[in-house]
Design a protein around this ligand. Structure first.
Ligand code: SF4
Length: 391
């Protein structure tokens, strides 16, 4: 399979979005946040791309403003002028701060926006390629490099999260592939948070890189199964507000399609109304609720909907319930290899609850390794109802 870090990330966040974007290739307008991020990244590249004559701060700010206004102007959804200005001011603030703290002549930048490919071989010997773009690579000493990834987000991750950042581990592997003679311990990985002018750096051990490889291959394997079974469940989260496919998503589209009501829809609305009345007023009417559930569920299945809404915006969701269990042979291998036989003895009577307690005491790398050994043991669908209106 040929894929990218961002595709894997999209799949992990929401398989349904992955299907729209990567499999069906449905073109979608870019969000203001995405356009803004690209313009700021463009300015960062511009700062370092003019060696030996570096651009002045005014030139960089001008370059950014022009790019940002041009992207905002081309947006299919007209952005309010005030919003365009707020973003422009925010971008300029980040660039000024960055330029002041990082005069470009102080760095030995060897590449910017560098395309890379990482080759991964699975247990069947099948090759998979992960492609991506590294924002910046600096030479920081003899045989020493720093990979820098710019972030425009507000949230600062913890050091532990930065140490385990999957994207940065892939960048490390990409650099090693490009310059195989490099000492892996001499590659520094830095996330640069432009809003706060904060850099969080980390390195990677051989074991951490092995774990990254395993996690990437495992995600690829899950994607392959999803493609084979055409199974891409939507995962409703805060990210839905930024998803360009919301209006066609099975978890949301019913909310947007009220005007196309037909006989079935009217029946559904009546079923939903009654469902919520009974649910709210009289818990004794469980039998009727069960009948309505069957009617609503069959409507949802017949119409391939993940959620259905009544006129107030109350909704019923179809939720896939999954139960996982650990592959204890693999867990034993991992703990034994880490010299933790005692911990293995403690869970000899294989028990998920005991393992969960021990997991909290392990290093992040071991935790990821063990988590990746979960096996799906059971799954079923239930309906859940909410009287918290989305309108
Ligand atoms: S709207 Fe939400 S659930 Fe639907 S595809 Fe987008 S992210 Fe997934």
């Amino acid at each position: 399979m040929r894929t990218s870090y961002s595709a894997l990330n999209t799949f992990k966040q929401c398989p349904q979005r992955f299907k729209f974007q990567i499999i069906d290739k449905i073109k979608a307008p870019r969000s203001p946040e995405a356009m803004f991020g690209s313009s700021v990244h463009g300015a960062m590249k511009f700062i370092f791309s003019h060696d030996p004559l570096f651009p002045t701060l005014d030139e960089v700010l001008g370059h950014f403003s022009e790019n940002w206004k041009s992207s905002a102007g081309k947006s299919s959804k007209q952005l309010p002028v005030e919003l365009v200005q707020v973003y422009e001011e925010s971008g300029k603030g980040m660039i000024k701060n960055f330029y002041k703290n990082n005069p470009p002549w102080n760095f030995s930048v060897v590449d910017t926006e560098s395309h890379f490919e990482v080759l991964l071989l699975d247990e069947r010997g099948q090759a998979h390629i992960l492609a991506g773009i590294i924002d910046r690579v600096d030479k920081i000493g003899e045989g020493e490099y720093e990979i820098i990834d710019y972030k425009t987000s507000r949230r600062l991750p913890s050091q532990e999260a930065a140490d385990m950042d999957f994207q940065m581990s892939l960048y490390h592997m990409a650099l090693m592939r490009r310059w195989p003679g490099t000492n892996p311990a001499k590659i520094k990985l830095s996330l640069y948070f432009l809003k706060h002018n904060e850099k969080i750096s980390s390195t990677r051990t051989k074991e951490a890189l092995e774990t990254t490889k395993e996690v990437a291959l495992q995600t690829i394997k899950i994607i392959e199964v999803s493609v084979k079974e055409d199974n891409f469940p939507p995962v409703v989260s805060k990210l839905c507000d930024y998803c360009p496919y919301k209006q066609i998503c099975p978890a949301w589209k019913h909310l947007y399609k009220k005007e196309e009501q037909n006989f079935d829809e009217a029946q559904l609305q009546s079923a939903l109304k009654e469902y919520f009345e009974i649910k709210n007023v009289d818990s004794k009417n469980e039998d009727r609720l069960a009948e309505l559930q069957i009617a609503i569920k069959s409507y949802m299945e017949a119409n391939k909907l993940e959620r259905v809404f009544d006129e107030r915006g109350y909704y019923i969701s179809k939720k896939l319930q999954q139960r996982f269990k650990y592959d204890f042979d693999k867990v034993k291998e991992i703990l034994t290899a880490a010299g933790m036989e005692n911990e293995w003895q403690k869970i000899l009577e294989a028990d998920d609850k005991k393992l969960k307690i021990i997991l909290k005491t392990l290093s992040p790398a071991l935790r990821v390794q063990i988590e990746s050994q979960k096996i799906l043991s059971k799954e079923f669908t239930v309906l859940t109802a909410s009287t918290k209106s989305v309108k």
